[in-house]
Unconditional design. Structure first.
Length: 350
């Protein structure tokens, strides 16, 4: 039996991850979920958006399924984490969001986001099948930002050889396992000569050991144009944190939107599965959110923990529901709610 930490999160998170967990259980997978609250709502209720109990559960289980956690715009929202060192000293760190705090504290250095067409899901393009690898630990997301004076703010962008080599190796190994042939490194090295220059050079050097995979490169603005013109020509994409965040949403739009884009974060010691979309407060608690991205993230999780039979069953059931079009959510062109779509998938598992 595999125990899994389940963080429902904010907004549509409890609805869509709740659907995913229900479907995983119904698939016969040998898993048990341990539900732990974290996020903005949890912070408002208790003063602690990311309680220590979350880390205790993850330390035990190593596998996490997570709903989106919201971050307020502007203001001074920070997530403070206190840890006792081996010497018994309390060490405090603070992060700009719950998601970043989890990724940093758990060492989840890469975010993998597969983007592909699904049967009967309407999109402008066909033949899209891209795996996005987003570096998760550095770039402009380290939270090192400050006001210099009232009219000027600065943020620090960090790119290191160590983190880039680690994520490049991960991406190349991942593609090799899938027998894929091309990785495109995305950068802005013509302007960010030191930081993105180092990212590009490190990826190129790392790829020399992988004769079976061609390393390609694109400046991020040109990539965006090419992605909307001929997305079917891309295979794997490797990006620094910020470009990875932006391009993942763009790529989700190529195949039907945020409702269909799953994701996973990996570190040396644990893995966390979460959809690309955010908390979508505009549609929360209305039973209209598409649970597909969360369900597909759970499918990635089942494959990762060595339960491919359940993963295949769920994917097959989901495909049937998509093809029948009767029980699909509004963003997919249907009229069903989150719950109806979930029950329809469960009915197909039999
Ligand atoms: P956050 O601040 O947490 O990132 P957000 O609302 O800014 O949340 P997203 O949650 O990523 O950003 O969503 C943007 C929009 O896309 C939402 O307002 C919603 O209309 C749509 N959307 C996102 N996820 C889904 C989903 N699972 N099903 C249907 N529509 C979705």
């Amino acid at each position: 039996m595999q125990y899994i930490t389940w963080i429902p999160g904010d907004g549509i998170g409890p609805e869509v991850t709740g659907a995913a967990c229900e479907i995983v259980r119904a698939s016969g997978a040998a898993v048990q979920f341990e539900r732990i609250e974290a996020g903005l709502t949890q912070g408002e209720r208790t003063g602690t958006p990311l309680p220590a109990a979350v880390f205790e559960s993850i330390a035990r289980n190593k596998i996490v399924i997570k709903g989106p956690t919201a971050t307020p715009f502007g203001g001074d929202f920070r997530v403070r984490i206190e840890r006792k060192t081996e010497q018994g000293v309390i060490e405090a760190r603070s992060h700009p969001s719950v998601a970043i705090a989890l990724r940093k504290e758990l060492g989840l250095f890469v975010n993998v986001r597969p983007v592909r067409n699904y049967p009967s899901v309407q999109s402008r393009y066909q033949g899209v099948d891209i795996v996005i690898f987003r570096e998760n630990s550095e770039d402009l997301y380290t939270g090192m930002e400050r006001m210099i004076d009232e009219g000027t703010a600065e943020a620090i962008k960090i790119i290191s050889f160590r983190a880039t080599e680690r994520v490049a190796k991960f991406a190349l190994d991942y593609l090799r396992r899938l027998k894929r042939k091309k990785l495109t490194v995305v950068h802005k090295a013509n302007v960010m000569k030191m930081t993105d220059g180092l990212f590009l050079k490190t990826a190129q050097e790392t790829a020399r050991a992988y004769q079976d995979i061609t390393l390609d490169q694109r400046v991020v603005d040109a990539l965006c144009m090419e992605l909307v013109m001929k997305p079917e020509t891309f295979d794997g994409l490797l990006l620094p944190n910020l470009y990875g965040d932006i391009v993942s949403d763009l790529a989700a739009g190529l195949v039907g939107g945020l409702g269909v884009a799953p994701g996973a974060n990996f570190g040396p010691d644990c893995a966390m599965f979460e959809a690309v979309h955010g908390s979508a407060p505009d549609i929360a608690d209305k039973d209209i959110a598409n649970p597909m991205a969360a369900i597909l993230s759970a499918v990635m999780m089942l494959r990762y923990i060595g339960q491919p039979t359940s993963a295949d069953r769920i994917e097959k059931a989901l495909t049937q529901v998509l093809q029948e079009k009767r029980d699909i959510t509004r963003d997919l062109g249907g009229e069903a709610g989150t719950r109806r779509m979930t029950q329809a998938i469960i009915a197909k598992l039999a």
